[in-house]
Design a protein around this ligand. Sequence first.
Ligand code: G6P
Length: 547
Amino acid sequence: MWNCRVYRNKSGGSDLAGCTVKNPHFNASQSIAVVHNGIIENYMKLKTKLVARGYQFLSDTDTEVVAHLLDYCYKKTNGDLIDTITKVMHRVEGSYALGIIFAEHPDKVYALRKDSPLIVGRSKDGNLIASDVPAVLKYTRNVYYIENEEIACLSKDAIEFFNSDGEAIKKEARTIEWDTGAAEKGGYEHFMLKEMYEQPKTVRDTLTPRIREDQIVIEELGMKEEEIRSINRIHIVACGSAYHTGVTAKYIFEGLARIPVEVDLASEFRYRNPILNKGDLVVIISQSGETADSLAALREAKAQGITTLGIVNVVGSSIAREADRVMYTWAGPEIAVATTKAYTAQLIAHYLLAIRFAQVRGMITEEEVAEMLTDLKAIPAQIEMLLANKQNIQKIATRYGGAKDVFFMGRGIDYAIGLEGSLKLKEISYVHSEAYAAGELKHGTISLIEEGTLVAAIVTQKNLYKKTMSNIVEVRSRGAVVLAITNEDNTEIEKNADFVIYLPQTNKYFTNSLAIIPLQLFAYYVSVGKGCDVDKPRNLAKSVTVE
Ligand code: G6P
């Protein structure tokens, strides 16, 4: 079985829809079949050589090159399978996880990888390959993580491993502790809805093991107080929603711990020749731990000798294995492409880190720590309350589901949550939406506001109430319909908003954990209302393991 949920061929040529191999690439005689996740960078060069040797291609995909190259090497080695595969491995450049079947050995599946994730699952009913753990959870909890340039040979009852020289190697299986039920819908209509409802538990699971006797203890971090005190600058690097966690975290680390923070999209960071100095800490945030750009950013930081910290959800994933330090977000397997509970867990992990760093650096008092911990512990119940209010959001979503554009605005942390709310909406409902720092409106976006345009205004930062309110008045006077998300004490806003969702009282740094709930629900109900495929939105993948 191949986990096709995370598979995307750059050229879109290989359609591996479903979870079984439906459409592999073959050599001419159809005696070798290949499935591939990744990109073969030198495929044109290889193709030219193979064409010169008489090979005919049926597609323009990079994957087909592998099938013909296997055929060529198979003949060269007189059918020595491991020799064939290592020869192919040494010729192919790029990132790949490959699954291969030879017709002459129908009881075996060969698999190998470089820079694209690959795991092998061992079960008494047969063995499996997949690109990540959730895909095999239904069948087994015993998995082997295949490292770069390793080869696995699976038959029904045995698994063998080889290195890139074709020598047999031993590998230890890891037991996955995740609840298998987590990979099933459990009565919910969609995984996304189920995962939204799991958020209170996710918060508890991420929080509880790290609070002991009213102190934050992040044991696995392994950072001595001296090391925490000597951090000069934090670079947070991530993609998608994880990047939005980073944007929020910047405000919190800077506000609480007074450590300067830079936040980068991983795809930018890796190519911008970042200036990293001794004493810097590079934090890579990733649900899957396999995002190609984030992994490359991690390696870039490590190559420069900078300490790296992975905030990762998937245990044993590449980022978790390669980062100097790891802090897990205990969200469990997330199946819906649009992240909800993993994002929520990432926020919690950053609150804990920021409070701990601030405490060690003497920036906050013990009383402040105690108050914050009390507020953190209240978050799960507060999320439950907001989820219980879903009908209100559903009504608004039904009314504005047909919107052409939706804008999100806020200042500071509220801007960060707007980014995530906007991404959720466009990801799963295909409604165009953008998030703006409210102060930027008049530098462009305001010209897009028309009669009836929906603007979601997030207003949770007391010191910025007035400022954002004046932006609300501006958009409303141009015809916008305003959905405000604000604290329960800000009833004043009713004068200027068409709809108001109130959030329960929490620390000003934690409001995103609450404000995201109505925004997730809004995106969800717009998507459902439009009949979209909520869990598998078009053109998107759960883990983007190619650049
Ligand atoms: C994809 C997913 C997003 C996710 C992003 C980063 O685009 O669809 O939901 O935020 O990748 O993924 P990561 O696994 O690194 O958090």
